[in-house]
Design a protein around this ligand. Structure first.
Ligand SMILES: [Fe+2]
Ligand SMILES: [Fe+2]
Length: 473
């Protein structure tokens, strides 16, 4: 396995220097990428030194090196996990064949679509988060935001490498378009809905990294099983970076919960009292959770899907931990019970398993989310509050799939339009909620200081204390 070559313009462990054509194509794309970063990334902070980790090896231990860097100088590059010797395809119709090192002609379009859809989310999230540093609650948090941003940038590099290496002219065109779509732009939006939602506050950011980055984890887990080996190896390495993003979300919300508890102890449990003291009250936090969890549920697509069957059958996209957690890998002659809405009532049917792969992945996502909820509820229990946070039911507030266009409460019970309208402000952030959260967002940049609506983290980054100068302003 080639170690990471940091001497070339584009750091890589794919022996880029031996493929001049590809190297030229990527070097041509690089300045366009930097231009995009300078325009659509955290623009005002491009000349600041940020304490970032950079990948130095793709081994599971010691892959990261920490140091102050200016973000545009971050060593974005192309890193694939170590190849597995004589790897065989583990699932679907091509099970047992040698893993593909080139794109099979019959799957070219599907694979391109899978890769472009994943790729598009990476720059989208950087765009969504571009103004947040202006209201960072501490230098520690600002640094975490920038770490997430540069790594999403690197994930875009990873996907563009696949497009440029294996998809010829189409791949080069797709690579350009990835820098042209814009999150939330009505004329030229990003591909998936959640990635066009504005992330206006840090509460949105923490919920996004908790729920939406976790969708990323499950998509990557299923693509890490792909019969197309370069995709599998790319995703395996991306997963190591993704873990930090979810850490930021889970502990970020956890610190908001902790702070709310501290304020409740001082000022009483009334949500109004928490607000008066400058905190995020728990019902308000629950509404943000409802919004981002339900929006992220949509990212798995329709409950019953012929695409999901095609992708699994074609050995392109497996289940999460396909080889580790499943014994049977064709998913043929098996069914899964799936509940849908026929416009009037809930209907439960046994669906061929391959057609239910979206729903299966969504279920695992929901289970994983529940662990985060449990972690927050442990904090609440520590402070003896009787409030518990929860996940909304998967039917709640959906815009994609069988439940889209209909209304369900947090427990999944159907509602009429009137019932929904009468109660939706109990469940989703209202304008007034959003205005209040925005009013809390004041930048705090003195090392060791933190905004009043969030608790300090129990420890800093890479053994540094909380009051370390993570960003030199
Ligand atoms: Fe990513
Ligand atoms: Fe991420």
């Amino acid at each position: 396995m080639a170690s990471i070559d940091y001497d070339s313009k584009i750091p890589n462990n794919v022996e880029l220097s031996s493929d001049k054509r590809l190297q030229r194509a990527l070097e041509h794309w690089l300045p366009n990428y930097i231009e995009w970063w300078k325009e659509m990334g955290p623009t005002e902070f491009n000349d600041k030194d940020v304490y970032l980790r950079t990948a130095v090896s793709v081994d599971s231990d010691g892959w990261a090196q920490f140091g102050h860097v200016k973000m545009p100088d971050y060593r974005w590059g192309i890193f694939l996990a170590e190849p597995e010797k004589d790897r065989k395809i583990g699932f679907g119709d091509h099970m047992g064949e040698d893993a593909w090192q080139q794109v099979p002609g019959e799957y070219r379009n599907w694979l391109r679509r899978i890769i472009v859809t994943q790729a598009d989310t990476e720059p989208a999230s950087v765009e969504q988060q571009r103004l947040l540093a202006n209201t960072a609650p501490s230098l520690y948090d600002m640094r975490n935001l920038f770490q997430v941003n540069v790594e999403e940038g690197r994930h875009l590099w990873a996907m563009v490498y696949l497009l440029q290496t294996y998809f010829g002219k189409d791949g080069r065109e797709e690579s350009e378009e990835l820098l042209e779509r814009r999150s939330g732009n009505p004329d030229h939006p990003r591909i998936l809905g959640t990635f066009n939602e504005p992330i206006q506050t840090w509460l949105d950011f923490f919920c996004f990294t908790m729920f939406t980055d976790r969708d990323g984890k499950f998509q990557l887990l299923s693509l890490a099983e792909s019969g197309f080996d370069p995709l599998a190896r790319t995703c395996r390495f991306m997963l190591t970076e993704e873990a930090h993003h979810m850490f930021v979300g889970q502990t970020g919300v956890g610190r908001v919960v902790e702070r709310a508890c501290q304020l409740m102890k001082e000022h009483g449990n009334d949500p109004e009292a928490v607000r008066k003291a400058g905190g995020v009250d728990l019902p308000l936090l629950q509404r943000y959770i409802n919004f981002w969890a339900s929006s992220s549920n949509d990212l798995y697509g329709a409950e019953i899907s012929s695409n999901s069957a095609n992708f699994f059958g074609g050995s392109l996209k497996g289940r999460a931990w396909e080889m580790k957690n499943h014994e049977e890998h064709t998913a043929l002659d098996q069914t899964k019970s799936v509940t849908t809405w026929d416009g009037k009532q809930l209907v439960t049917d046994d669906v061929p398993l391959r057609n239910a792969m979206n729903e299966l992945l969504r279920e695992e996502f929901i289970e994983d989310n529940q662990k985060g909820i449990n972690y927050w509820n442990k904090i609440l229990a520590k402070y003896d509050t009787d409030f518990e946070l929860r996940l909304p039911h998967r039917r709640f507030n959906r815009a994609i799939g069988t439940f889209a266009g209909f209304h369900f409460d947090l427990d999944g019970n159907p509602l009429t339009e009137e019932q929904w309208n009468a109660r939706k402000d109990e469940w989703l952030p209202s304008e007034a909620d959003r205005d209040y959260v925005k009013s809390l967002m004041q930048q705090v940049v003195e090392p060791g200081k933190i905004a009043g609506w969030i608790a300090e983290p129990p420890k800093g980054i890479n053994g540094k204390p909380f009051d370390y100068e993570y960003v030199k302003l």
